[in-house]
Design a protein around this ligand. Structure first.
Ligand code: ZN
Length: 245
């Protein structure tokens, strides 16, 4: 018989906040429960076995006890720590922003695993230093915001349906033809290579998410960021910090 007082799940720590002296309140992304809040009592006390599990960006196999709808960390074993991240401040800062973005778009009790898989992909790429920040940031932002239900229209002009797309509007949520771009206040130029990169990022398998030209990413980066901020209708302190570096 399934014991409902306990739940075993993989989980990625998006945020870890100190609570009392040696405890932590975690925001954890899981495949089965979506985004959950987990209390980790005495987690960083001396000789604690779960101390590595409560670190931000740790991806672990967690045993949670469930009481009155609250989750408590009972045991845990780290699956992946992304230790390569610690070497470079700007990579950590970008990971913090992507984690905050993921936290803001992920739903509680949602069964979709997309945000978790996208974020694990990003942490691996940042940790290994495999791609430029512009590539990782723009592709992760676009894929996350699409997973949240804001898939931009890239096949045709959002205003008239023309297949000639030469600009992008964050407000209207997609591409624009030259004629409609002139009549759109927030239209930003979009080259053929940046449009191709955007289409690739929004449709490819996650393993190929970052496989597009870095020069297209340089152009895509401000568009993707502006699109995310427009659709989220908020700013991110972690993004401000990343950009200040
Ligand atoms: Zn048009």
């Amino acid at each position: 018989m399934k014991d409902d007082r306990f739940s075993r799940t993989p989980g990625l720590v998006l945020r870890s906040v100190q609570y009392k002296e040696a405890s932590r309140i975690l925001t954890v992304l899981t495949p089965e429960h979506g985004k959950i809040t987990v209390t980790a009592n005495s987690a960083v006390r001396k000789n604690s076995k779960v101390a590595p599990v409560v670190q931000q960006f740790a991806y672990s196999d967690m045993l949670l006890s469930v009481s009155k709808g609250m989750y408590y960390l009972t045991e845990g074993a780290v699956i992946e720590q992304f230790s390569g991240l610690s070497g470079e401040l700007s990579s950590v800062a970008l990971a913090c922003y992507l984690a905050q973005l993921t936290e803001s778009i992920a739903d509680e009790d949602s069964v979709t695993t997309d945000p978790l898989r996208i974020m694990l992909n990003a942490l691996f790429a940042l940790s290994e230093g495999l791609y430029s920040h512009a590539v990782i940031k723009s592709a992760t932002e676009l894929r996350l915001i699409a997973a949240a239900g804001f898939m931009p229209e890239t096949a045709c002009c959002v205003r008239c349906g023309s297949v000639e797309v030469t600009a992008f509007s964050a407000e209207l949520g997609g591409g624009l033809c030259g004629e409609c771009a002139v009549r759109t206040a927030d239209a930003a130029a979009l080259s053929g290579s940046a449009l191709g990169a955007m289409r690739h990022v929004l449709s490819c398998g996650l393993k190929k998410l970052y496989s597009f030209p870095p020069d297209a990413a340089e152009e895509l980066a401000p568009l993707a960021e502006n699109y995310v901020l427009t659709k989220c209708e908020r700013g991110f302190s972690t993004l401000d910090y990343y950009k200040s570096l």
